[in-house]
Design a protein around this ligand. Sequence first.
Ligand SMILES: [Zn+2]
Ligand SMILES: [Zn+2]
Length: 183
Amino acid sequence: MSMSDVSEKPTRCPCCDSYLDWDQAGEVKLLRCPQCDGFWVARETMAQIEALAMAEAISPPASDVLKEPLGSDARPFLKCPECGELMRRRRYGKRSAVIIDVCSAHGTWLDADELQRLVVFIKDGGFEASVRKERDWLEALLEKEASRMRLDSTRSLNSRDGERQAARNLAEALLPGIYRALG
Ligand SMILES: [Zn+2]
Ligand SMILES: [Zn+2]
């Protein structure tokens, strides 16, 4: 037994506590639960899957377990199989129908058919679309901020002009009196 075998303790399913088995999706290695058919995807592996899906170079293993719709929203939060911390639940790519459980340090838990749906979402351009949408939103925000600042600087310029004009008006109004007083 090598050192790496010793240090690699078996990973358990966050849903049913079964030991996860290694599985292969193309060139990507994943841990899969033999019981509930979910996948544990390590952080680095997720980026690899996203890149391959965008290049349309991955077909995830089909699942025979059908997930009940919206089941993942209703069930309790899952613990990260690596560190035991509660994972955050979020919608993948903001607009997809895939709800994932994420430990930002270790990886992502995907229920039975979620890996497949995630890859389909990316292949259909959903991932790029959501990135594009986010960038557009940010650009619009920056543009709005920039024009607000332009407006502000015009306004303060105007008000400085106004102040100067008011001071001139006051001086003009007072000067005759001052001259008269000086006689
Ligand atoms: Zn399981
Ligand atoms: Zn973790």
